[in-house]
Design a protein around this ligand. Sequence first.
Ligand SMILES: *[C@@H]1O[C@H](CO)[C@@H](O)[C@H](O)[C@H]1NC(C)=O
Ligand SMILES: *[C@@H]1O[C@H](CO)[C@@H](O)[C@H](O)[C@H]1NC(C)=O
Ligand SMILES: *[C@@H]1O[C@H](CO)[C@@H](O)[C@H](O)[C@H]1NC(C)=O
Ligand SMILES: [Cu+2]
Length: 322
Amino acid sequence: MKFLHLATLATAALALPSDSLAARQKKTCTSPKLRKSWAKATATEKRSYINAALCLATKPSRLHISTHRTLYDDFGYIHAQLTEPQRIHGEPVFLPWHRYFVQVYEDALHSCGYTGTAMYWDWAADWAAPSKAAVWDPVLGFGGNGSDSADGNGPGKLRVVNGPFRSLHPTYWNTAVDPHWLSRDWAPGHPEGGQAEMIGNAYSPTVMDEVNSWTVYDKFWPALETSPHGAVHAGIGGGRGDMGPVSSPNDPIFFLHHAMVDRVWWQWQQKDPQNRTFAYKGVRNDGQNATLNDVLPMLGLAPDGIVRDYMDTNGGALCYIY
Ligand SMILES: *[C@@H]1O[C@H](CO)[C@@H](O)[C@H](O)[C@H]1NC(C)=O
Ligand SMILES: *[C@@H]1O[C@H](CO)[C@@H](O)[C@H](O)[C@H]1NC(C)=O
Ligand SMILES: *[C@@H]1O[C@H](CO)[C@@H](O)[C@H](O)[C@H]1NC(C)=O
Ligand SMILES: [Cu+2]
């Protein structure tokens, strides 16, 4: 679960590292690709994306681990390994690490014939009725909630029984080898307790305004990570779905969720590009101050990255906009 305790944040003012900005401006990204909302993509684009996401489960793993079957399994495995012990959440690297991870996934889709870009689920637009969102379409989407009555999935997991991903069979649950059918357990609403279906109230316009109102990175990132980000995981995963445990990239919706998290960050950066593109500050889980030279580990799925190269979506190692 990803509602993280963030008590140790530094509150010092933001400083722009001018040396790194100068270095980055030497690189160019002449025609950035536009990442689209799933709801606004064409049927052809959606079909092509879905086919490539399914194709990942037919490609060999890039890791040399006997329990792995496919490239699809690599994503859930790596995310789990980097979360226990914690190296990618609850610290400043949360945003650039997941930005790089989404790009690695987009590149993997390309290796499966997809020619488009990563897409996002605009959950901030769908917060009032998340279960009705276009992303859950059973044909041109990711299918819906899991089912109580679907058997053959072991205890505590609700198999997704519709949509193109109903035959996905991830290997890991958290860090354990525990093969199962893809699962979801959408959190029901509790109107009497003021909680909306799929915890939509935690990514409402009111919450998004609060998140976006922070002007420094070490306030903005934890606000984004804790509430909207954590609530979307918990809202989809519940207690018995793949989006809950640390192997959450098992659910292909993970990458549309994290592209949206990335888009919220990108929009925040765009409000003051001079100050915010390379704004990166806070205390790491090892107690040290974060720096733009910090490493983004990918454990062999892709080369390790450096934070600096993933701050600007329009330069360095990246070339896209939202
Ligand atoms: C840029 O950030 C600095 C430090 O936080 C701040 O003093 C300055 O006002 C900001 N500039 C703009 C144009 O917002
Ligand atoms: C999802 O399905 C589970 C199992 O039937 C159910 O308990 C839960 O209420 C459903 N969630 C929503 C939002 O419908
Ligand atoms: C982190 O940076 C602050 C200043 O922003 C400094 O006071 C503190 O000592 C640094 N911490 C470490 C562990 O280097
Ligand atoms: Cu994560």
